[in-house]
Design a protein around this ligand. Structure first.
Ligand SMILES: Cc1cc2nc3c(=O)[nH]c(=O)nc-3n(C[C@H](O)[C@H](O)[C@H](O)COP(=O)(O)OP(=O)(O)OC[C@H]3O[C@@H](n4cnc5c(N)ncnc54)[C@H](O)[C@@H]3O)c2cc1C
Length: 476
């Protein structure tokens, strides 16, 4: 059943996770001001699912129960589902900057495919366990975070070769109740204010790494789980129009000999298929990254044009501004176009769900991860220094100096200074603040580094076919 945003926040009160921020233990997640922008961003995913105008984009019919579910919890059963997922993520992220909950969609889809494949190969019963889990997630309209990235220690060494055996999360015991896991997942978005953690392996494994080949789902307040989190966005900052309202917390999740019951275990030692689970998640997730950054791009295009106009520049007639805005649009829409292509060329897996085309999802992710800096350059160049020099709202409204600030900081005659400065603050928030840095780092590293996407492109692209074409043309 679809939850309202209020029910989502209330449901967080029923959980009691151990969360630290700046060394202090958080008493109540739902009431913690430092996390409020993150909770607001996820709440929007609940709110939009209930709005008639977004129903088609935001909801779907579950193929396992026939019930209406939030699309973020839906298993893609067609190319159209992939396209709608892409549109949904853009829609949510153009409001929130990053709606976070799409990670959950990507993990559920990867597990749907891979538990099926593991069962086929090893005669295990992970898929049915996963389907039970999926049904309960859909029924309760839950939000999960996704903990894939391990601490990884020395990057040139495999998990079992590290100087400390716990630098990748691993199974330390197996008993009648379940598996016991120890270690850390190092970068997890939105974790404190989610209901569940889905754990996935971060890379391919060898036989010696079999204890590191592990996937499961547990409630966020499971005994032995501790989170060390950043605040979400820039809470309480008056000069942060976007990120005081919507933000994202990133957390470390520590697992101190945590018992995971067998019915929530989806991979435990089948090292041969760990890499395919990582890869499937990455393929789904890179499509989401494209939608998310296109949403951010929408904000950037709107704000850059508005500020240029408030400065008296004409985005159609001032030649260099027009060219820069056209380039900005080109960057955003070209990586989004890769997302559309990846969806349209998506294909059915052996499990029956649909996987985005990996070449285009990786190319799109690579483009957004590198062009984010071109996008930022254009916004900063076009806007000028006011981006980091605008007075705070309190100063603009001050009885002592507000009137003079409003007079002197006006650009074009018919556009009030307050409007100009508000847009400058929004742009600062997106491209020149702590949050702006966060958006650029998530663009380049979130969903995998540019190198990881290049490797995937080179692995999957049919270069031999292109070489044979040349042979055909030249006849040699
Ligand atoms: C804001 C943000 C949110 C995130 N949210 C999540 C989340 O919710 N869940 C999650 O699981 N992860 C999350 N991530 C993690 C993200 O997936 C990783 O940052 C990404 O996979 C890169 O891993 P890393 O940060 O450990 O960097 P590294 O792996 O250390 O990479 C740094 C550089 O080293 C290179 N490198 C690494 N290993 C090698 C090697 N063996 N040989 C040569 N070069 C190498 C890389 O190509 C890269 O250039 C998030 C990241 C960010 C920035």
């Amino acid at each position: 059943m679809l939850k309202t945003p209020e029910e989502f926040v209330e449901s967080l009160r029923e959980l009691n996770p151990t969360v630290y921020i700046r060394g202090n233990k958080v008493e109540s997640i739902a009431d913690e001001p430092l996390l409020e922008p993150g909770i607001n961003a996820i709440s929007l995913t609940y709110e939009y699912a209930l709005l008639p105008e977004h129903k088609e984009t935001m909801t779907a019919t579950s193929h396992i129960t026939g019930k209406t579910v939030n699309r973020l919890l839906h298993i893609n059963t067609s190319q159209d589902d992939l396209l709608k997922k892409l549109e949904m993520v853009r829609l949510l992220c153009r409001e929130t900057g990053c709606a976070q909950r799409y990670l959950c969609h990507d993990a559920l889809n990867a597990l749907y495919e891979c538990t099926h494949n593991i069962d086929l190969e090893f005669g295990t019963d992970y898929h049915i366990k996963f389907l039970n889990y999926l049904e309960s997630v859909q029924e309760k309209d839950l939000t999960t975070c996704v903990a894939m990235t391990d601490a990884k220690g020395d990057r040139t060494k495999r998990p079992h070769e590290q100087h400390d055996p716990d630098l990748y999360l691993r199974i330390v015991d197996r008993n009648a109740q379940g598996i016991v896991v120890r270690g850390i997942k190092a970068i997890v978005t939105g974790a404190p204010y989610t209901h569940e953690i889905i754990v996935l392996p971060t890379r391919n494994m060898t036989q010696e790494d079999r204890d590191y080949a592990v996937s499961f789902a547990i409630p966020i307040d499971t005994p032995g789980v501790e989170l060390v989190s950043r605040e979400a966005g820039r809470p309480g900052q008056s000069g942060a129009p976007l990120s005081s309202r919507y933000g994202q917390a990133t957390a470390q999740i520590l697992f101190d000999d945590v018992l995971v019951p067998w019915d929530r275990v989806f991979l435990a030692g089948e090292w041969q298929l760990a890499g395919s689970l990582t890869e499937s998640f990455a393929t789904h997730h890179r499509l989401s990254c494209i939608g998310a950054r296109a949403g951010l791009g929408d904000m950037l295009i709107g704000a850059t044009c508005s500020l240029a106009e408030a400065n008296g520049l004409d985005t159609q007639k001032t030649g260099h501004v027009r060219d820069k805005i056209a380039d900005l649009i080109k960057y955003v829409e070209s990586f989004y176009a890769c997302g559309v292509t990846s969806s349209v060329f998506g294909s059915e897996t052996r499990a029956g769900n649909f996987l985005p085309d990996p070449i285009y999802s990786n190319i799109g992710k690579l483009m957004q991860g590198t062009h984010i800096y071109d996008m930022y350059r254009i916004a900063q160049d076009t806007s000028g220094g006011i981006l980091v020099a605008s007075p705070y709202p309190e100063d603009m409204e001050s009885p002592d100096i507000g009137e003079r600030l409003n007079r002197y900081l006006q650009g074009r005659e018919d556009i009030p200074a307050d409007y100009r400065i508000s847009i400058a603050r929004l742009l600062e928030d997106i491209v020149a603040s702590y949050q702006g840095g966060w958006y650029s780092v998530i663009s380049i590293s979130g969903g995998g580094s540019p190198e990881a996407t290049r490797l995937e492109i080179m692995r999957k692209y049919d270069i031999d076919e292109r070489k044979s074409l040349v042979e055909k043309i030249t006849g040699v």
